[in-house]
Design a protein around this ligand. Structure first.
Ligand code: GLY
Ligand code: MN
Ligand code: MN
Length: 506
């Protein structure tokens, strides 16, 4: 399809009480359609308006989450947008991925959607999902609009979405006027997803040119909403834990696929690794949850190596950091560093085993009531001890750790929360998260690493260009923790046994 002048005659914006303004977006039709064609296209279609749909399985959980959020903001209007399609180039768009807070509260993933919590005078909120309805046959939207159903596929009708989500629904094209005409109430929006709705609220909240003070106050209030949502998302309910386990299980299968494809990767490039994993992510899930890092040899010392265009050589280490995102948008985040020949060299094993020991110490420090930072500190201490023992750093270890000198080689933190976002709940309050204690239901990664840059003259030559990270996904349980990714071998001898079994013989 290419972009052409869109037809005007049949698609002048139209509006009736029931059908709000329809402004056609680009489509690929070269010629304006004749009036005869337009008239004919209106007729001859079966009625498919209402299918018998069961609620999404998380509906009871999203209802609880909405109740918890509403209780935190009594008497206030809350606006939580899904986001809009983003242009990739010219008339093509990136695959749409709905905003996490919207998904968390609604179970819906459609572009342009928006949840509105409307405060009731008697207390509580009425929550409505504002959505794009099915595209009209009457005004031609279904075929004349570049995002009409004929181009993009059938959408749910508003009644169908209400049944699916367990929510009241309304036409999102009415939302700007609904917000403009709504009774005065303190209003907050989750920013960064729908600039046109933010503009409407700017208008409503402060007039055309609100004073700086009002803008700052609105920004602070909106930030409080975003922080609260991330606070609530810190503790996963049982349905979310099951989704994360599913993401991890698919990811484990993806890692096995990659091992089976190593000969082809050696014949081509790291892209073969990326592509092999992506196939699993697309077949079993929605996508990958973040850009796959397929880093062979010295590329593994670049933390976010997502170019993945280097060679995969025999005898090197391949660092694969990848996660499947489920169709419900929960992601895994797993790393394995594997010897491409099947066995570690002595020096590779030495580095790997130290990272493994650090990860063991980190995982052991994951338990309810322990500070979030404890597992990072436990892992960093093991790495610092090893680096001092190897003579790369001068002890004592306490001083090394106090001054953070090991970080020249460890580079990043030992983990983060995991959920709908790979770096989940990043905006949550520091006293609940970074400087808080772990609680059952939190899911986090434990991912120590050691990275010796190819040009680092402070390390012996044999270490230069070696990068190792081991990353697992861990649920905090009432008793301690459960490693969700335990299905993938971790210890160096287990990794070798895994490769002996799965690596195709030359
Ligand atoms: N893949 C990014 C991370 O491990 O945090
Ligand atoms: Mn990772
Ligand atoms: Mn991670």
């Amino acid at each position: 399809m290419s972009e052409h002048q869109r037809p005007q005659s049949a698609t002048e914006p139209t509006s009736t009480a029931d059908a709000p303004v329809f402004t056609p977006r680009k489509n690929g039709q070269a010629q304006a359609p004749s009036d005869e064609l337009v008239a004919w296209m209106r007729t001859g279609w079966a009625d498919t308006e209402m299918r018998d749909l069961k609620p999404v399985e998380q509906a009871e959980y999203t209802a609880r989450r909405r109740a918890a959020l509403g209780a935190r903001f009594p008497g206030e209007r809350l606006v939580i947008p899904a986001g809009n399609l983003k242009t990739r180039s010219n008339d093509t768009e990136y695959p749409f991925r709905a905003a996490c807070d919207y998904v968390y509260l609604s179970g819906d993933q459609t572009d342009d959607g928006c949840l509105v919590f409307e405060p009731r005078t008697e207390g509580g909120h009425d929550v409505t999902a504002y959505l794009r309805p099915r595209s009209s046959r009457e005004n031609g939207e279904f075929w004349l609009d570049g995002h009409g159903e004929l181009w993009s596929g059938r959408r749910e009708s508003l009644q169908e979405s209400a049944a699916l989500l367990g929510l009241d629904t309304a036409d999102v094209r009415t939302l700007p006027d609904v917000l403009r005409d709504a009774p005065a109430a303190p209003t907050r929006i989750v920013r960064g997803h729908d600039s046109s709705l933010e503009s409407v609220l700017n208008e409503v909240r402060g007039g055309a040119s609100p004073a700086q003070e009002e803008r700052d106050a609105a920004a602070e209030r909106d930030e409080e909403l975003a922080v609260t949502l991330h606070d609530h998302r810190l503790i996963k309910d049982e349905w979310e834990v099951a989704q994360l386990q599913q993401a991890v299980d698919s990811t484990v299968r993806g890692f096995n696929d990659v091992v089976g494809a190593l000969p082809k990767a050696k014949a081509t490039s790291e892209r073969y690794v990326e592509g092999t994993f992506f196939l699993r992510a697309r077949v079993e899930g929605n996508d990958v949850g973040y850009g796959t890092i397929a880093a062979s040899g010295p590329n593994a010392t670049t933390l976010h190596w997502v170019r993945n265009d280097g060679p995969v050589r025999d005898g090197e280490l391949l660092l694969l950091d990848a996660g499947v995102e489920t169709t419900t948008l929960y992601t895994a985040d797993v790393t394995r560093t594997i010897p491409t020949s099947g066995t570690f060299t002595d020096v590779q094993r030495r580095v790997y085993d130290l990272v493994y020991a650090a990860q063991e110490a980190g995982i052991a420090a994951v338990a309810p009531g322990k500070p979030f930072r404890a597992y990072h500190e436990a892992a960093q201490r093991v790495l610092a001890e090893g680096l001092v023992e190897w003579g790369l750093l001068d002890g004592p270890v306490d001083t090394v750790v106090e001054q953070g000198l090991q970080r020249r080689y460890t580079l990043h933190g030992t983990g983060h929360m995991l959920g709908l976002d790979v770096h989940d709940c990043a905006a949550s309050r520091t006293e609940l998260h970074l400087y808080g204690d772990l609680q059952p239901g939190m899911v986090l990664t434990v991912e120590p690493g050691l990275y010796f840059q190819p040009d680092d003259l402070t390390v012996p030559e044999e270490l230069r260009g070696i990068g190792v990270r081991i990353e697992d996904d861990v649920l905090v349980t009432p008793e301690g923790n459960r490693v969700l990714s335990a299905g993938l071998p971790r210890r160096s001898d287990e990794v070798e046994a895994w490769l002996a079994e799965k690596l195709p013989k030359a």
